[in-house]
Design a protein around this ligand. Sequence first.
Ligand code: THU
Length: 135
Amino acid sequence: MDIKALVDQAIEAREKAYAPYSEFLVGAALLCKDGTVYTGCNIENASYGATNCAERTAIFKAVSEGAGEFKAIAIVGAKQGEPLDYCPPCGICRQVMTEFCDLDEFKIILSDGDNERVYTLRDMIPYSFDNLDRG
Ligand code: THU
């Protein structure tokens, strides 16, 4: 897996972020086991609650296209005009990841633009709820 290339795709996806309320721009790049990459950005809404995170945009794009076998996701975020910083996924995105991704195999890659930190999904969401008891 080329981590830097995946991070670059997340950085590119971040350019599409629609975040006029928080001005916090996030990009994500989801790598499938077959090598396909689905990207996503955060998409905010005047109601605030209807906002969709970058990670879920990428995951929902992938699932809606029929993909289901995921290897890793790269995430980058920062306030508009500020340097990238490590941007851990929110709790809702972690829960959505548990629906489709293996807790120990799936990697979450955070980047500040220069360096990467790599976690497993289990690192990010220990004792996760899984109704199908696959965990
Ligand atoms: N956001 C993401 O897209 N992903 C995260 O992991 C954390 C937060 C977005 C949601 C909102 O548009 C903005 O960042 C500020 O919370």
